[in-house]
Design a protein around this ligand. Structure first.
Ligand code: CAO
Length: 529
């Protein structure tokens, strides 16, 4: 009999509420199978088992409380655990021979691949008949209309039949392969023991017994299987896979080195931080390609990156790799705004403060993010929460000799257009003179990047993470606009809104952009509101 207790859940977490018990006495339990759904102060978690066998007793109930270290269930072990080292002595092996070999055959079917995806092309088979596979091991490489995916197995054991071929189509729900589970493998190993292998044969057996990601070792006449698979729950493996991290490289902080969600994130962060080092890793787990020897093609000069450049590179790589970006383009007719701008800029009482398109955008955007709160938010993917900000701090990208800097105009919604312009100019000046303080660069909610003073038609700005949207402004120019049966010259301003599609839908993005455009096109109406 083996007991399974509630493992450590994280720092300062001693207990949890049980939302659902996912198993019952009599069930066959496998390692990694979820047994409980629990809720702590911080998250809702599925607790995966570290034991396998037939469940004899379950000691917890839905709706109850459970403490770390408390016994959840008891199992009767009937087969070797995949993560444990199984050593069969000759006597044990012979004993098994006298029993009817009870092997279980399990089918693995092509799982759901996403909405409206019913089938996929099989690009590559990653396993063969005879291989011993583990859960989460990639068994197929397939291609759908949307992506190329490696399909991980949900079963473990020895592959006895394969039902798909490379270059053919496979349907969702179709049986891909059948596996026979561990007793069968053990029986096979026993046969090898009895034939008393020579040193050379032992070596060959090592390869033959287990292929794939598992390795086999022979200790004297006792073969044993050591499955070198990183111990981690499927959800943790999935996260690692999604962000391009090799789970086997992640150090586990849980009991027996079990890898937790937090370990994968910490490892990813570490990789990210060391991305500028020579380790060959950049961003979140992406390998860089090594550079050619440029001097073969002509003269070159190498210069160290400035601190700003290296920080910008890290920050933008992170934002680009983690935020699913969409950019929406549109144009605003700023012919009337240009008149207002020139008129207001010449007001003597305004102390020579010259208004620009950026001034108007600062004012308008500060109001727009209040009308559309999802644009003044951040995504906390770890906690599956959205953080809505009740303050309005707007960042303005400033081009400096040392690189791009984004100072933040604080509480922009509470300031008039002249105050905003004055503050923006002071911040830009400080940034250019390298006098900007950390405080001026923090706490931004939304960013404006105006390249129009320099030129350009449209561009695709990168969202300034952890913000969720950024507006890019290109050069305003006169264009013929068809109105009342005639083409008339109008000053048109191209706008590019990039947004985080995890939080913002396309329809909301265009509504937000149209709101800004309406304000730019009706400056009097907007300013007197
Ligand atoms: N279309 C047409 N004209 C524009 C314009 C646009 N989109 N934006 C500015 N202008 C005009 C201004 O109205 C001003 O014209 P006048 O001299 O006739 O009044 C002139 O260009 C110069 O403006 P400016 O750039 O000095 O002032 P600004 O307030 O518009 O911008 C700032 C301030 C700090 C945003 C700007 O100086 C700057 O650094 N822009 C670059 C931002 C950047 O690098 N973004 C890239 C980020 S991603 O790599």
């Amino acid at each position: 009999m083996k007991e399974f207790i509630l493992p450590e859940l994280g720092e300062n977490i001693e207990s949890a509420s049980i939302l659902k018990v996912l198993v019952a006495p009599g069930d066959m339990l496998e390692v990694e199978q979820a047994v409980l759904e629990i809720e702590t102060d911080k998250a809702t978690i599925e607790v995966p088992s570290t034991v396998s066998g037939k469940i004899k007793d379950v000691f917890v109930k839905d709706g109850g409380k459970i403490k770390v270290g408390q016994v959840i269930l008891r199992v009767e072990e009937i087969e070797a655990q995949p993560e444990a080292k199984t050593i069969l002595t000759k006597t044990e092996a012979t004993k098994m021979d006298n029993q009817t070999p009870s092997s279980t055959v399990t089918e693995f079917k092509l799982p759901e691949l996403g909405e409206n995806i019913e089938s996929a092309n099989v690009l590559k088979l990653l396993v063969s008949v005879g291989d011993v596979i583990q859960k989460e091991q990639g068994v197929l490489e397939i291609e759908t209309d949307k992506a190329t995916i490696e399909v991980p197995s949900t079963v473990q054991g020895k592959v006895v039949e394969l039902f798909v071929k490379e270059g053919t189509k496979a349907k969702v729900g179709q049986v891909v392969l059948r596996v026979e589970t561990s007793i069968q493998q053990a029986t096979e190993m026993k046969t090898k023991v009895e034939t008393a292998p020579t040193a050379q044969e032992k070596k060959e057996e090592t390869i033959e017994i287990v292929r794939g990601s598992a390795t086999a070792v022979i200790i004297d006449n006792q073969p044993s299987i050591t499955l070198h698979s990183a111990p981690a729950a499927p959800s943790v493996r999935r996260l690692a896979r999604e962000i391009g991290i090799d789970i086997n490289q992640v150090p586990g902080s849980g009991p027996d080195g079990r890898i937790r969600m937090t370990d994968v994130k910490a490892y990813s962060k570490k990789l990210n931080e060391s991305s500028s080092s020579v380790s060959g890793q950049v961003g979140i787990g992406f390998k860089t390609e090594s550079l050619p020897d440029f001097s073969k093609f002509g003269e070159v000069e190498r210069k160290a990156m400035s601190n700003i450049r290296s920080k910008t590179a890290d920050h933008l790589s992170y934002a680009w790799a983690t935020i699913p970006h969409v950019t929406q383009f549109d144009k605003a007719d700023i012919t009337d705004l240009e008149k207002v701008r020139k008129g207001l800029s010449s007001l003597p009482e305004q102390d020579g403060i010259k208004l620009t398109v950026t001034s108007f955008l600062l004012k308008i955007v500060s109001s727009a993010v209040k009308e559309f709160p999802q644009f003044n938010a951040s995504v906390d993917i770890e906690k599956k929460e959205i953080v809505y900000k009740k303050y309005t701090n707007i960042g303005v990208a400033v081009d400096t000799e040392n690189g791009l800097i984004v100072p933040v105009v604080k509480n922009a919604d509470q300031k008039n257009i002249f105050q905003l312009t004055k503050e923006m100019n002071e911040l830009a000046e400080k940034a250019r003179k390298r006098k900007i303080g950390l405080d001026d660069l923090q706490g931004g909610c939304f960013t404006i990047s105006n390249l129009g003073g320099i030129g350009g038609t449209y561009f695709t700005p990168i969202v300034n993470s952890p913000e969720v949207a950024i507006i890019g402004v290109s050069r305003g120019s006169f264009e013929p606009v068809y109105k009342d049966g005639h083409f008339i010259p109008r000053l048109m301003l191209p706008l590019s809104l990039s947004y985080d599609h995890r939080l913002i839908d396309g329809a909301d993005a265009i509504r937000f952009l149209r709101w800004i455009i309406a304000a730019l096109e009706n400056p009097y109406k907007f300013l007197v509101q």
